[in-house]
Write a protein of this length. Structure first.
Length: 275
């Protein structure tokens, strides 16, 4: 038996077999994007726009990018779904929630326009089913709304746009990110509905709120009925904390939505999430 080590030429092979090139780990510490814009929505939620130095790879609505900063000689990064559609030539939009004591978000929170950071390649399987003509129910809590901005924009751009209903649940009305944009879409005559809900209607910060109230699993029966959605002919996308995913999935199943018509992405802040 003849052994062939790295760099040796096998009989009949076109050339030497070389070991794979090693990536320089320090390259990941070099910033490759600029914070273009920042909007503080609340004291703990911000909308940011990040401009990569080079055009990003093709991506689908619903996918995420890792945002990161060098910390103690290593790249500290977390995944964030983008609210932007490709090619995002004006920058990629994200929602960032501050996690006090977190490893990364307090550092991201300290950035202002012009700051440099690191952005990764697009990833993720949370994407729209192609050529799906069913009504689309997009249900999010908190910053989990971000991928649905991109998804709703994609659905609205189709020649035969399917009916789309966005339900966004928050604790306080001032957390309703992208509200102006979603309200404008609701008014433009397209088959689109936007239904925000606050879970703490008695809180003084929600004084004057006249929309939906309660947890999303509680309001969904009224949403499905009020929007005249057929549970047997819709696809539901869910994005938020695990408890919401579980309770809303159970609620939709009780309403008659098929298990394979519910597509979920767990998206939350905390030690196991976007800290």
């Amino acid at each position: 038996m003849t052994a062939f080590g790295p760099g040796a030429t096998r009989p009949g092979a076109p050339g030497p077999v070389l070991p794979p090139a090693r990536r320089d780990p320090t390259a990941l510490l070099v910033p490759n994007a600029t914070l273009i814009e920042r909007e503080d929505i609340t004291a703990s939620v911000a909308r940011i726009v990040v401009g990569p130095d080079e055009p990003v790879a093709p991506f689908a609505p619903g996918q995420y990018f890792a945002l990161g900063l060098p910390v103690d000689g290593r790249l500290l990064q977390r995944p964030y779904s983008t609210a932007s559609l490709p090619p995002a030539s004006d920058g990629l939009e994200f929602l960032v929630r501050l996690v006090p004591g977190g490893a990364l978000t307090p550092r991201l929170w300290g950035l202002r326009a012009g700051a440099r950071l690191r952005i990764g390649r697009p990833k993720g399987l949370f994407q729209l089913v192609p050529d799906d003509g069913r009504a689309h129910l997009l249900v999010a809590t908190g910053t989990g709304l971000a991928p649905f901005i991109a998804m709703a924009a994609e659905l609205r751009s189709r020649p035969a746009a399917p009916r789309t209903v966005v339900v966004h649940g928050v604790a306080h009305a001032d957390e309703l990110a992208f509200r102006d944009r979603l309200e404008a879409w609701r008014r433009d005559g397209s088959p689109f509905a936007y239904l925000p809900a606050v879970s703490r209607p008695a809180d003084p910060g929600n004084a004057g709120w006249t929309g939906l109230t309660g947890r999303l699993d509680g309001v969904l029966p009224a949403v499905v009925s009020g929007a005249a959605l057929d549970p047997g002919d819709l696809v539901a996308y869910l994005c938020g904390n695990p408890a919401m995913i579980e309770s809303v999935t159970a609620g939709l199943r009780r309403l008659g939505v098929a298990a394979d018509a519910i597509i979920a992405e767990q998206y939350w802040a905390g030690p196991a999430g976007f800290s």
